[in-house]
Write a protein that binds this ligand. Sequence first.
Ligand code: NAD
Length: 355
Amino acid sequence: MDIGKLQDFNSNYVGDYPLLRKLAEDWAERKPLRGLRLLHNIPITRETMLKLEPLYLSGADVTVTHLRLPGLEPKQECVDLLKAAGAHMELDHAKLYGDYDIALDCCAQIPAMERVTVRRGFVELTQSGSPVYSKLDTDLPIYSLDLSRLKCLEAMFGTGEAFVRAFRQFVEPRIEGRKFVLFGYGKVGRGVSRYLAQEGAMLTVVDTNGANLEQARKAGFDTELSRPGPSLLNAVNDSFVVVMATGCEGLLQELIKPKQLADKVLLINMGADDEFGDRYAASRIVANKAPLNFLLDAPTTMFFIDPIFAVHNQCCEHVLDGNAHGFSPLPPELDLPVIEEWSTLYGIDISDIYY
Ligand SMILES: NC(=O)c1ccc[n+]([C@@H]2O[C@H](COP(=O)([O-])OP(=O)(O)OC[C@H]3O[C@@H](n4cnc5c(N)ncnc54)[C@H](O)[C@@H]3O)[C@@H](O)[C@H]2O)c1
């Protein structure tokens, strides 16, 4: 792998990423992952290239693949660069095989790779991976970054901001006065609702969790319990857009059959799974079921995703420590102290992440 080619490519990046930069400097000197084989499975975007740089500088032997999700394509310029630099890369999950020390994963796709064996541990980036990893029969460490406050920084700020930017760019410039029905008032849902509210959208929040619905009401939104019935159907059919952000695969078809849904209602995914289900054709969903923000050149502004990308990498050192066994949250020293560092750098009020 010619790291110089990657570094040249990254040197043209417009955007701030202090935590990954710091990690790159530290790992270039210490080489803590020298000789280890890593399998890296997250969406291949321009920002992912910045995340990969410290991993290569750490001395690791990295194999890069791309998150498999309907409608989600890797960024071609990044694939071309990695090829030109001689990186180990295989985009087809079925063709991946062999032993790896550490899996840097998203949506728990690596345990499903039949010919891949992971020897030391796993680090999972997002909520959709939790159901699989929390039940994985292994004593190896599995760090779930979803179990952290730091993940709220990405989801409640970065993803919410990116949703509105993508909506304006690819769907409809006018948001004010439009009716949105938002499924899921967790991290991503709260972010989407915050930025939509700032734009004057009329919002109905749908969730199964009574406490979350109560918080949504206090924030000034209409609410609906997530269950099949005329009340939910009317809210959905009266809306301009439905946005899914629950992490529940196939949820919408369980609640509303495609034939019950008015043709005029736009359907948008923000989750990392197909939240509509097979009975909804990909062509019926904006972006063919891919999370809407992944249509953007920067699906999440680097500034917001830098901390979670840095700690996804840093967890490799914790895997090597061997202190954790089984499914664990992000180590505390990588959570609040990193938020503190980020807040001190940027001085942004992020108190809402402690909901
Ligand atoms: N697009 C992106 O850039 C991006 C970024 C981060 C996470 N994600 C993905 O977004 C999805 C949501 O992640 P999150 O971190 O907000 O999860 P979360 O666990 O914080 O929130 C999920 C919410 O959905 C609610 N919910 C669960 N079942 C429901 C149901 N049947 N009906 C309605 N609501 C229900 C939960 O009560 C909760 O409020 C996941 O797939 C995650 O991987 C996407």
